[in-house]
Write a protein that binds this ligand. Structure first.
Ligand SMILES: NC(=O)c1ccc[n+]([C@@H]2O[C@H](COP(=O)([O-])OP(=O)(O)OC[C@H]3O[C@@H](n4cnc5c(N)ncnc54)[C@H](O)[C@@H]3O)[C@@H](O)[C@H]2O)c1
Length: 275
Protein backbone atom coordinates (compact mmCIF):
# COMPACT_ATOMS: atom_id res chain seq x y z
CA UNK A 1 0.00 0.00 0.00
CA UNK A 2 1.38 3.40 -0.90
CA UNK A 3 0.64 6.36 1.32
CA UNK A 4 -1.21 8.90 -0.76
CA UNK A 5 -0.53 12.38 0.63
CA UNK A 6 -3.27 13.73 -1.59
CA UNK A 7 -5.69 10.89 -0.77
CA UNK A 8 -9.38 11.37 -0.10
CA UNK A 9 -8.69 11.19 3.66
CA UNK A 10 -5.39 13.07 3.74
CA UNK A 11 -4.88 14.91 7.03
CA UNK A 12 -7.63 13.04 8.86
CA UNK A 13 -7.34 10.88 11.96
CA UNK A 14 -9.62 7.83 12.05
CA UNK A 15 -10.45 5.26 14.72
CA UNK A 16 -11.68 1.86 13.50
CA UNK A 17 -12.95 -0.66 16.07
CA UNK A 18 -12.67 -4.43 15.62
CA UNK A 19 -9.74 -4.48 13.17
CA UNK A 20 -9.68 -8.24 12.50
CA UNK A 21 -8.11 -9.34 9.20
CA UNK A 22 -11.62 -9.28 7.71
CA UNK A 23 -13.78 -6.14 7.32
CA UNK A 24 -12.37 -3.86 10.07
CA UNK A 25 -8.76 -4.52 9.08
CA UNK A 26 -9.58 -3.86 5.43
CA UNK A 27 -11.26 -0.57 6.37
CA UNK A 28 -8.23 0.48 8.46
CA UNK A 29 -5.79 -0.29 5.62
CA UNK A 30 -8.08 1.30 3.02
CA UNK A 31 -8.37 4.52 5.04
CA UNK A 32 -4.59 4.61 5.55
CA UNK A 33 -4.08 4.16 1.80
CA UNK A 34 -6.21 7.29 1.33
CA UNK A 35 -3.92 9.30 3.59
CA UNK A 36 -5.61 8.94 7.00
CA UNK A 37 -3.70 8.27 10.22
CA UNK A 38 -5.51 5.26 11.62
CA UNK A 39 -5.94 4.05 15.21
CA UNK A 40 -6.67 0.33 15.13
CA UNK A 41 -8.81 -0.91 18.00
CA UNK A 42 -9.64 -4.45 19.01
CA UNK A 43 -10.43 -6.24 22.27
CA UNK A 44 -7.63 -8.65 21.30
CA UNK A 45 -4.46 -6.55 21.58
CA UNK A 46 -2.51 -8.72 19.12
CA UNK A 47 -5.16 -8.15 16.44
CA UNK A 48 -4.96 -4.37 16.80
CA UNK A 49 -1.14 -4.47 16.87
CA UNK A 50 -0.94 -6.70 13.80
CA UNK A 51 -3.08 -4.38 11.68
CA UNK A 52 -1.24 -1.24 12.83
CA UNK A 53 2.11 -2.87 12.06
CA UNK A 54 0.92 -3.97 8.65
CA UNK A 55 -0.22 -0.44 7.78
CA UNK A 56 3.11 1.01 8.91
CA UNK A 57 4.99 -1.65 6.90
CA UNK A 58 3.06 -0.43 3.85
CA UNK A 59 4.15 3.18 4.51
CA UNK A 60 0.89 4.21 6.21
CA UNK A 61 0.37 5.96 9.55
CA UNK A 62 -1.13 3.79 12.29
CA UNK A 63 -1.13 3.01 15.99
CA UNK A 64 -2.79 0.21 17.93
CA UNK A 65 -5.31 1.22 20.60
CA UNK A 66 -6.48 -2.08 22.05
CA UNK A 67 -9.44 -2.14 24.45
CA UNK A 68 -12.95 -3.40 25.04
CA UNK A 69 -15.51 -1.00 23.56
CA UNK A 70 -18.06 -1.97 26.24
CA UNK A 71 -15.76 -0.70 29.01
CA UNK A 72 -16.11 3.07 29.61
CA UNK A 73 -12.63 3.36 31.14
CA UNK A 74 -10.98 1.51 28.27
CA UNK A 75 -12.85 3.67 25.75
CA UNK A 76 -11.77 6.86 27.54
CA UNK A 77 -8.16 5.69 27.62
CA UNK A 78 -8.01 4.66 23.97
CA UNK A 79 -9.51 7.91 22.70
CA UNK A 80 -7.11 9.87 24.97
CA UNK A 81 -4.23 7.87 23.47
CA UNK A 82 -5.29 8.92 19.94
CA UNK A 83 -5.64 12.57 21.01
CA UNK A 84 -2.22 12.37 22.69
CA UNK A 85 -0.64 10.94 19.56
CA UNK A 86 -2.25 13.04 16.84
CA UNK A 87 -4.22 15.77 18.66
CA UNK A 88 -7.52 15.12 16.86
CA UNK A 89 -10.13 12.58 15.76
CA UNK A 90 -12.03 13.20 12.52
CA UNK A 91 -13.54 9.79 11.78
CA UNK A 92 -14.92 6.92 13.87
CA UNK A 93 -16.02 3.58 12.45
CA UNK A 94 -18.04 1.46 14.90
CA UNK A 95 -17.31 -1.97 13.45
CA UNK A 96 -16.51 -4.28 16.41
CA UNK A 97 -18.84 -7.23 16.72
CA UNK A 98 -19.46 -10.43 18.62
CA UNK A 99 -21.05 -13.08 16.41
CA UNK A 100 -23.24 -15.59 18.30
CA UNK A 101 -25.95 -17.24 16.23
CA UNK A 102 -28.64 -18.34 18.67
CA UNK A 103 -32.41 -18.00 18.59
CA UNK A 104 -34.91 -16.43 20.95
CA UNK A 105 -35.92 -19.84 22.34
CA UNK A 106 -32.43 -21.01 23.22
CA UNK A 107 -30.12 -18.03 23.75
CA UNK A 108 -29.04 -17.55 27.39
CA UNK A 109 -29.95 -14.03 28.49
CA UNK A 110 -26.37 -13.24 29.55
CA UNK A 111 -25.14 -14.02 26.02
CA UNK A 112 -27.95 -11.90 24.54
CA UNK A 113 -27.02 -9.00 26.80
CA UNK A 114 -23.34 -9.31 25.99
CA UNK A 115 -23.88 -9.40 22.21
CA UNK A 116 -26.21 -6.39 22.33
CA UNK A 117 -23.71 -4.60 24.56
CA UNK A 118 -20.80 -5.07 22.14
CA UNK A 119 -22.82 -3.89 19.13
CA UNK A 120 -25.00 -1.16 20.66
CA UNK A 121 -23.27 -0.33 23.95
CA UNK A 122 -19.89 -0.21 22.18
CA UNK A 123 -21.19 2.14 19.49
CA UNK A 124 -22.82 4.30 22.19
CA UNK A 125 -19.67 4.63 24.32
CA UNK A 126 -17.34 5.23 21.37
CA UNK A 127 -19.71 7.79 19.83
CA UNK A 128 -20.13 9.58 23.16
CA UNK A 129 -16.38 9.85 23.85
CA UNK A 130 -15.37 10.65 20.28
CA UNK A 131 -18.41 12.93 19.92
CA UNK A 132 -17.15 15.06 22.85
CA UNK A 133 -13.64 15.21 21.36
CA UNK A 134 -15.11 16.37 18.03
CA UNK A 135 -17.43 18.91 19.71
CA UNK A 136 -14.55 20.37 21.72
CA UNK A 137 -12.29 20.59 18.65
CA UNK A 138 -15.05 22.37 16.67
CA UNK A 139 -14.02 20.88 13.33
CA UNK A 140 -16.95 18.49 12.80
CA UNK A 141 -16.37 14.87 11.92
CA UNK A 142 -17.81 11.67 10.52
CA UNK A 143 -19.07 8.63 12.44
CA UNK A 144 -20.01 5.44 10.59
CA UNK A 145 -21.88 2.54 12.15
CA UNK A 146 -21.47 -0.83 10.45
CA UNK A 147 -24.82 -2.61 10.15
CA UNK A 148 -25.68 -5.80 8.24
CA UNK A 149 -28.51 -6.90 5.98
CA UNK A 150 -29.61 -8.66 9.21
CA UNK A 151 -30.51 -5.18 10.53
CA UNK A 152 -33.26 -4.96 7.93
CA UNK A 153 -34.58 -8.55 7.71
CA UNK A 154 -35.72 -11.14 10.25
CA UNK A 155 -33.24 -14.02 10.42
CA UNK A 156 -34.19 -17.08 12.43
CA UNK A 157 -31.55 -18.17 14.95
CA UNK A 158 -29.67 -14.85 15.18
CA UNK A 159 -31.77 -12.89 17.65
CA UNK A 160 -29.12 -10.87 19.47
CA UNK A 161 -27.36 -9.80 16.28
CA UNK A 162 -30.54 -8.85 14.36
CA UNK A 163 -31.93 -6.96 17.37
CA UNK A 164 -28.76 -4.97 18.03
CA UNK A 165 -27.99 -4.22 14.37
CA UNK A 166 -31.49 -2.85 13.77
CA UNK A 167 -31.11 -0.81 16.98
CA UNK A 168 -28.08 0.81 15.34
CA UNK A 169 -30.33 2.08 12.52
CA UNK A 170 -32.17 4.49 14.80
CA UNK A 171 -29.13 5.10 16.98
CA UNK A 172 -27.57 6.44 13.77
CA UNK A 173 -30.50 8.76 13.06
CA UNK A 174 -30.79 10.00 16.66
CA UNK A 175 -27.07 10.66 17.07
CA UNK A 176 -27.05 12.37 13.66
CA UNK A 177 -29.81 14.77 14.77
CA UNK A 178 -28.06 15.53 18.06
CA UNK A 179 -24.62 16.09 16.52
CA UNK A 180 -25.68 17.95 13.35
CA UNK A 181 -25.34 21.40 15.00
CA UNK A 182 -21.63 20.62 15.52
CA UNK A 183 -21.04 19.55 11.91
CA UNK A 184 -20.61 15.93 13.03
CA UNK A 185 -22.22 13.52 10.59
CA UNK A 186 -23.44 10.07 11.63
CA UNK A 187 -24.25 7.48 8.99
CA UNK A 188 -24.72 3.75 8.69
CA UNK A 189 -23.24 1.30 6.23
CA UNK A 190 -24.88 -2.03 5.38
CA UNK A 191 -22.72 -4.90 4.14
CA UNK A 192 -24.00 -8.43 3.71
CA UNK A 193 -22.57 -11.94 4.04
CA UNK A 194 -18.98 -11.33 3.01
CA UNK A 195 -16.39 -13.62 1.43
CA UNK A 196 -13.61 -13.66 4.05
CA UNK A 197 -10.20 -12.21 3.16
CA UNK A 198 -8.33 -15.20 4.64
CA UNK A 199 -8.23 -17.94 1.95
CA UNK A 200 -8.64 -20.70 4.56
CA UNK A 201 -11.66 -19.00 6.11
CA UNK A 202 -13.07 -18.34 2.63
CA UNK A 203 -12.68 -22.01 1.76
CA UNK A 204 -14.32 -23.08 5.03
CA UNK A 205 -17.19 -20.64 4.38
CA UNK A 206 -17.71 -22.02 0.84
CA UNK A 207 -17.74 -25.61 2.06
CA UNK A 208 -20.03 -24.85 5.03
CA UNK A 209 -22.63 -23.16 2.85
CA UNK A 210 -22.39 -25.25 -0.36
CA UNK A 211 -25.65 -27.09 -1.00
CA UNK A 212 -27.34 -25.53 2.05
CA UNK A 213 -30.99 -24.82 1.28
CA UNK A 214 -31.60 -22.84 4.48
CA UNK A 215 -28.71 -20.39 3.74
CA UNK A 216 -28.20 -20.25 -0.01
CA UNK A 217 -25.72 -17.35 -0.12
CA UNK A 218 -24.24 -17.99 -3.54
CA UNK A 219 -27.57 -18.81 -5.22
CA UNK A 220 -29.70 -15.95 -3.91
CA UNK A 221 -27.58 -12.85 -4.52
CA UNK A 222 -28.68 -10.91 -7.64
CA UNK A 223 -25.10 -9.90 -8.54
CA UNK A 224 -24.04 -13.54 -8.43
CA UNK A 225 -21.08 -13.49 -6.01
CA UNK A 226 -20.56 -12.54 -2.40
CA UNK A 227 -18.89 -9.17 -1.83
CA UNK A 228 -15.38 -9.05 -0.35
CA UNK A 229 -14.35 -6.42 2.24
CA UNK A 230 -12.57 -4.50 -0.54
CA UNK A 231 -15.95 -4.03 -2.27
CA UNK A 232 -17.02 -1.88 0.70
CA UNK A 233 -14.14 0.58 0.68
CA UNK A 234 -15.39 3.07 -1.91
CA UNK A 235 -18.63 3.75 -0.01
CA UNK A 236 -16.86 3.86 3.35
CA UNK A 237 -14.18 6.30 2.18
CA UNK A 238 -16.99 8.46 0.79
CA UNK A 239 -18.81 8.45 4.15
CA UNK A 240 -15.60 9.18 6.07
CA UNK A 241 -14.46 11.99 3.78
CA UNK A 242 -15.64 15.56 3.15
CA UNK A 243 -17.22 14.31 -0.11
CA UNK A 244 -20.23 13.34 2.03
CA UNK A 245 -20.41 16.77 3.74
CA UNK A 246 -24.20 16.94 3.23
CA UNK A 247 -24.95 13.31 4.10
CA UNK A 248 -26.12 12.46 7.62
CA UNK A 249 -28.56 10.20 9.42
CA UNK A 250 -28.76 7.82 6.50
CA UNK A 251 -27.47 4.47 5.27
CA UNK A 252 -25.51 3.21 2.29
CA UNK A 253 -25.94 -0.43 1.33
CA UNK A 254 -23.40 -2.55 -0.59
CA UNK A 255 -25.06 -5.96 -0.66
CA UNK A 256 -24.99 -7.24 -4.25
CA UNK A 257 -28.71 -6.44 -4.53
CA UNK A 258 -29.76 -8.65 -1.60
CA UNK A 259 -32.20 -6.25 0.07
CA UNK A 260 -33.78 -5.09 -3.19
CA UNK A 261 -34.79 -8.59 -4.29
CA UNK A 262 -38.49 -9.52 -4.27
CA UNK A 263 -38.43 -12.35 -1.74
CA UNK A 264 -40.10 -15.26 -3.63
CA UNK A 265 -38.20 -14.61 -6.87
CA UNK A 266 -35.00 -16.48 -7.74
CA UNK A 267 -32.36 -14.06 -9.06
CA UNK A 268 -32.21 -13.61 -12.83
CA UNK A 269 -29.14 -15.26 -14.36
CA UNK A 270 -27.51 -15.04 -17.82
CA UNK A 271 -25.90 -17.99 -19.48
CA UNK A 272 -22.16 -17.76 -18.72
CA UNK A 273 -22.70 -15.89 -15.44
CA UNK A 274 -22.38 -12.28 -14.33
CA UNK A 275 -19.66 -10.38 -16.22
N1 LIG B 1 -18.52 -10.98 7.91
C1 LIG B 1 -19.72 -10.84 7.40
O1 LIG B 1 -20.19 -11.68 6.61
C2 LIG B 1 -20.56 -9.64 7.78
C3 LIG B 1 -21.82 -9.48 7.18
C4 LIG B 1 -22.60 -8.37 7.48
C5 LIG B 1 -22.11 -7.44 8.40
N2 LIG B 1 -20.90 -7.62 8.96
C6 LIG B 1 -20.44 -6.62 9.93
O2 LIG B 1 -19.15 -6.16 9.57
C7 LIG B 1 -18.40 -5.89 10.75
C8 LIG B 1 -17.10 -6.66 10.74
O3 LIG B 1 -17.36 -8.05 10.60
P1 LIG B 1 -16.18 -9.12 10.50
O4 LIG B 1 -16.72 -10.32 9.85
O5 LIG B 1 -14.99 -8.47 9.95
O6 LIG B 1 -15.98 -9.46 12.07
P2 LIG B 1 -14.77 -10.22 12.79
O7 LIG B 1 -15.38 -11.18 13.78
O8 LIG B 1 -13.78 -10.75 11.80
O9 LIG B 1 -14.08 -9.03 13.59
C9 LIG B 1 -14.71 -8.41 14.66
C10 LIG B 1 -13.62 -7.95 15.62
O10 LIG B 1 -14.27 -7.26 16.72
C11 LIG B 1 -13.51 -7.54 17.87
N3 LIG B 1 -14.30 -7.34 19.08
C12 LIG B 1 -15.26 -8.15 19.59
N4 LIG B 1 -15.73 -7.64 20.72
C13 LIG B 1 -15.06 -6.48 20.93
C14 LIG B 1 -15.10 -5.51 21.97
N5 LIG B 1 -15.94 -5.63 22.99
N6 LIG B 1 -14.27 -4.44 21.88
C15 LIG B 1 -13.40 -4.31 20.82
N7 LIG B 1 -13.31 -5.23 19.84
C16 LIG B 1 -14.15 -6.29 19.90
C17 LIG B 1 -13.10 -9.01 17.71
O11 LIG B 1 -11.98 -9.34 18.53
C18 LIG B 1 -12.81 -9.10 16.22
O12 LIG B 1 -11.45 -8.96 15.91
C19 LIG B 1 -19.30 -6.23 11.93
O13 LIG B 1 -19.94 -5.08 12.41
C20 LIG B 1 -20.29 -7.19 11.34
O14 LIG B 1 -21.51 -7.22 12.02
C21 LIG B 1 -20.10 -8.70 8.69
Amino acid sequence: MELDATGRLAGKVAIVTGTSPNIGGTIASGFAAQGAAVACNDRRAEVAEERAERIRAEAGKAIAVPGDVTDPEAVGALVDRVLGEWGRVDVLVNNAVRFNTKGVLDMPVEEFRHQVDVILGGAFLMTQRVGWAMVEAGRGGSIVNILSTAAWQGQAGNIGYCTAKSGLVNFTRSAAMELAPYGIRVNAFTPTATMPVDPQLADRFRRATAGSTSMDFAGQLPLGRLPTPADYLGALVYLASDESAMTTGTNITVDGGALAKYWPQAPARREGGTP
